[in-house]
Design a protein around this ligand. Sequence first.
Ligand SMILES: [Zn+2]
Length: 65
Amino acid sequence: MSECWLFHCPECGFGERELGRKGGDHDVYCEVCLEESGVRVRLLRWYADPEAPETELPEKAEPAK
Ligand SMILES: [Zn+2]
């Protein structure tokens, strides 16, 4: 298991948030662009730092009421 890549598609904006998990070593091309337009778009990837604390996603944050 080496799903530790954060990634972002420069074409459609697909990333690990949309996927719901971090990318693996095999996730080189954007699945969305490949399925929808048959275009292989190389994902921008960067290694998730295991030392870094998990950042809260804004959409997951509880609204202050
Ligand atoms: Zn894409």
